[in-house]
Design a protein around this ligand. Sequence first.
Ligand SMILES: *Cc1c(COP(=O)(O)O)cnc(C)c1O
Length: 631
Amino acid sequence: MSWTVQDSAELYGIPYWGKGLFRVDQQGHLLATPQGEGGGDINLHELVDELQERGIDLPVLVRMSQVAERRVGLMWQCFDAAIEEYGFTGRYRGVYPIKVNQQRQLVEDILRVGRKHHVGLEAGSKPELLVAMALLDDPEGLLICNGYKDRRYIETALRARQLGRQTVIVIEKLAEVDAILEVAHKTGIRPVLGVRAKLSNPGKGKWQLSAGDRAKFGLTALGIVQLVELLRDAGYLDCLQLLHFHIGSQVVSIQTFKRALREASRLYTELVALGAPMGLMDVGGGVGVDYDGSQTAFEASRNYSEAEYAADVVAQIAEACNRAGVKHPDIVTENGRSTVAYGSVLLFDILGMESMPSDGPPEPEQEDDTDLLKELREVYDNINPRTYQEAWHDAVDVRTRAKSGFQLGVLSLTQLARIDRLYWQSCGRIRHVMKKQSYVPDDLDGLEPSLADTYYANFSVFQSAPDAWAIDQLFPCVPVHRLEEEPRRRGIIADLTCDSDGKISRFVDRRDVKQVLELHDLRDGERYVLALALVGAYQEILGDMHNLFGDTHAVHVTVDEDGELRFDLVVEGDTVEEVTGYVQYTRKDLVHRMRRATEKAIRKGQIERKDAASILAFYRDGLDGYTYLGN
Ligand SMILES: *Cc1c(COP(=O)(O)O)cnc(C)c1O
């Protein structure tokens, strides 16, 4: 049977992690469908050509505002349905935590598309608050102020209330109370206060460290009671209106939410019993993204849908309030990752590929073959379905002995090289036999990755997918074209940085994690472009300046009513001058130094005057240029 585009879709898991936002067309191109199934397409392969025509080189981050729109809409849809189902009398009031991606156009997009729902913002620091209060121009949108606060932060939040911004100051530590009361006194502005609870049930997983006695944020039961007393004594208990918790990001199991909600809902009704007016229940963020499409409680996935999450939140709060005879609160969520992860995809090209010398037949026997080479040839000749495991052990053993032989001066470099080549050819043959077996012992797990090709990619992991490096996070990676063709190679992706950690060597798979990615042979004079998907959350702002690569270009695209691709905005990436400026080099000084060097070279007769001019022009051009590799 010949290879089809459906085979590629299945191989890369596109329908599973793509959630209707990505698909493959009959030409084998990867399409984004930002408005979901039935909506117009963005052909990511053609997009690269169109960008090229506009002088925008890869790598480029593609932001799709219509995806954000869909994701924002989805939460409201799910909560509205749950509110209806449970006869809940409170409203749903989502806020976007801007730390997840503070990029202005993206925040503006969310506010624009969420306007009809009165979407709010969450800030976790002074700079974020200053941004949020300027952007959130909606008297019904909440502005939740989290994080550690000094007097200036508090005063800023209070002053924002004078302008009609619905700021809620969430108390993270008792020590903040004095400052809040002092500033409220001084300014004469009554604050709206919240309290962050430190829940006793820590969740499980990479990101779930935000609960339990040692968690960094929030008040325990004891702290909450003390807070109520403090506020009552100061005459501010009527200001306490919100209970908040946040159990961490990428919550993989719905059980974790259920436990947290049970505890928090009890805290809520108890706060009402203690005399606080309340009215807002803020269940934080943490809704996960199904990066590998497996719908499991694996760290790269989650075992629930938005609808199930919304139903559980509403049901748990309703039940606790009904039991305690407390009025249903408005429900606030602060989901960042699940709102923005889907909207961005990074496109980058492959610059070259290197493979292990495992192909081809072994070289013929020669007079001066070493004993080790002869031994290895025998191993090679005897690789079959019964012996392949043993052959693998023997080949590894011969190679180890050859390396010591070289170090001891018994083998020459050429002799070692011949053994090395036959070793790789043996590995290639073992892999060939292994692939036909229905069961392969774990023992041979290391073989496939050791034979993997290295695809050199024009991007920086540290800039564009830092979590892939820092916490081994998985992101779906797929070629944007040639999907009608069977990918016959198995590779890993190495980035541009001079850092051995700058690579992607774990790939999404619904059953497991892949150690190698299926990729195509490179063709002369033809680009090979890959997409790294679901990178809209956290990656942009956590990205760093390793090797001074800096920001990639970013384009904002939408599909218009006629199904045509529209470029709404092109944000050019960093130039060399900009990234060097971050570490205090100025253009003036660098050019000055280069001019001195040219003058010296002229004096020494190494170059002519006109050479100096062209060297300097070339240097200046370099400062103006893109940091990534061009043609
Ligand atoms: C980071 C953070 C969020 C967002 O979490 P996601 O996992 O991205 O949804 C929400 N609330 C608070 C307090 C946070 O610190």
